[in-house]
Design a protein around this ligand. Sequence first.
Ligand SMILES: Nc1ncnc2c1ncn2[C@@H]1O[C@H](COP(=O)(O)OP(=O)(O)OP(=O)(O)O)[C@@H](O)[C@H]1O
Ligand SMILES: [Mg+2]
Length: 226
Amino acid sequence: MITISKLTYSFGRQLALKDVNFCMKQGEFVFLCGPSGAGKTTFMRILHGALPVQRGKVDVAGYDLNTLPEGRKHLLRRDVSVVFQDFKILTNQTVFANVALPLKVRGIARHIIEKRVRAVLRSLHLDQKALSLCEELSGGEQQRVAVARAVVVKPKLLLADEPTGNLDHELSMRMMDIFQQFHKFGTSIMIATHNREIMERMAGARVVTLHDGTMHEGCVEPGGDL
Ligand SMILES: Nc1ncnc2c1ncn2[C@@H]1O[C@H](COP(=O)(O)OP(=O)(O)OP(=O)(O)O)[C@@H](O)[C@H]1O
Ligand SMILES: [Mg+2]
C-alpha cells in the first residue's frame, strides 16, 4: 500500500523528515507516534500529495508520487482518505452536506448517498445532528464529521491525523471501534496519535515512531512520553 525510501523533506532550512524508509502492506493498521513537531503531519501530507516529494521515493496505493502530475492527484485521493488534524470541514454547511460531498463528487446516485451518509452518521452518533450547521457543533462533533467524511467513501487507505484529539475517553474508544470495523472490511489505516489509550485498544497493531524527522519501528520510549 505504501513504499517509501529515503524520504527527506524540509521547510526552507527546517528539516522535517530525514531519510525515512517505510513500508505498509495492504490491510495493515499502523499507529504513527512521536512528540509534537516530530514530522507526523508532514509525513501524512506527503502521502496524499498535499506536499511534494522533495527527495526520496514514495509510492502510495499504486501511484508513484515522484511522477504523478498535479492534474492526476484526484485519482490518488479517490483511494486515500484523510482526516486532517484541523478537520477542514465546511463549517457553513450541514453535517449531512459535508459527509455527502465526496460521494457527490464521485457521481454516486442520490438514494445511495442518502443511505450511506445516514449509516455513517449513525455509527458515529451524529444522526441527531445531520441537519445542523457544522459551525454550531462542538470540537469533538466536528472531529467526528471529519472522520465520517473520510470513511464514507470506503477508501483503500485511511490517514487520520490525531483523530481523537478533541474527544473524551468514551468517544475515543468508539472512534477506534469504527476504525477497527473499516479495517476488518479491508481498509489500510494509519493513525497519528499521542493517545496511549487508543493504542492499547488496538493491542497488536504496528507502531512506528517519528522523532526529529527520523522514523523508528515500534514505540521508541516504552512507558515514556510519546
Ligand atoms: N508550513 C510549515 N512551514 C515551516 N515549518 C513547518 C511547516 N509545517 C511544519 N513545519 C515544521 O516541521 C516540523 C514537523 O512538523 P509537523 O507538523 O509535521 O509535526 P507533528 O509531528 O505533526 O506535530 P504535532 O504533534 O504538534 O501535530 C516542525 O518542526 C514544524 O515546525
Ligand atoms: Mg501534526
